[in-house]
Design a protein around this ligand. Structure first.
Ligand SMILES: C[S@@+](CC[C@H](N)C(=O)[O-])C[C@H]1O[C@@H](n2cnc3c(N)ncnc32)[C@H](O)[C@@H]1O
Length: 183
């Protein structure tokens, strides 16, 4: 069964992508530590807003777009149809990817996940990284308890902070961007 967004939600997201893609999504993709040959996981890819720019940077690498919603994944396939270096995975946990990545990123995904679910998801994100690999995320700052839980779970999962910054995102407000390294 297909569940997830309505056609209207997908349409509105496409509209936002059309008007704000460079200042919102490209800006985040450009800050990912990529040299072009990495294996990367986009956890909660949605319609592929960030993936569109990340895949462009992976000339010799590969991107896996994972989402729990088949509808979002279908929309992502359409956004990225011109790329040959992408595969798609319908799953609710990074553990299901069964691969090890150089970089895993989440863009506006973790704040929507329940605290109980985060206790499983964050260690699984850390487990999907090779030693020295990077977890990057950007999440809205409005729910400070959620942000603290995410950071706490990342540290408890063997990840070390490399960078933290607050960005003011057009139409979305303040967000926290973090880079963590797996030792
Ligand atoms: C707000 S959207 C963000 C989509 C995209 N990253 C972006 O910034 O445009 C959140 C996405 O995370 C997905 N998602 C939520 N919980 C998930 C889970 N446990 N596993 C995989 N994807 C999940 C949703 O289906 C949705 O596509």
């Amino acid at each position: 069964m297909k569940y997830g967004p309505t056609h209207l939600e997908i349409f509105l997201t496409r509209l936002a992508f059309f008007f704000c893609s460079r200042s919102v999504y490209k800006a985040f993709a450009d800050r990912l530590p990529l040299t072009g040959g990495e294996k990367v996981l986009d956890f909660g890819c949605g319609m592929g807003t960030v993936a569109y720019y990340a895949a462009k940077r992976l000339h010799r690498g590969h991107l896996t777009c994972l989402d729990i919603s088949e509808r979002w994944l279908d929309a992502c396939r359409r956004t990225l149809r011109k790329y040959g270096n992408v595969d798609y995975l319908l799953a609710g946990s990074p553990a299901l990817a069964k691969e090890i990545y150089d970089v895993v990123y989440c863009h506006f995904v973790l704040h929507d996940i329940t605290d109980d679910e985060l206790e499983r998801v964050i260690p699984a994100l850390a487990g999907a990284l090779r030693p020295g690999g990077v977890l990057a995320f950007r999440e809205p700052l409005c729910d400070t308890d959620k942000v603290s839980l995410i950071k706490d779970l990342a540290e408890r999962s063997g990840l070390f902070t490399r960078d933290n910054r607050i960005t003011d995102i057009p139409m979305m407000g303040n967000a926290l961007e973090c880079l963590y390294i797996k030792k």
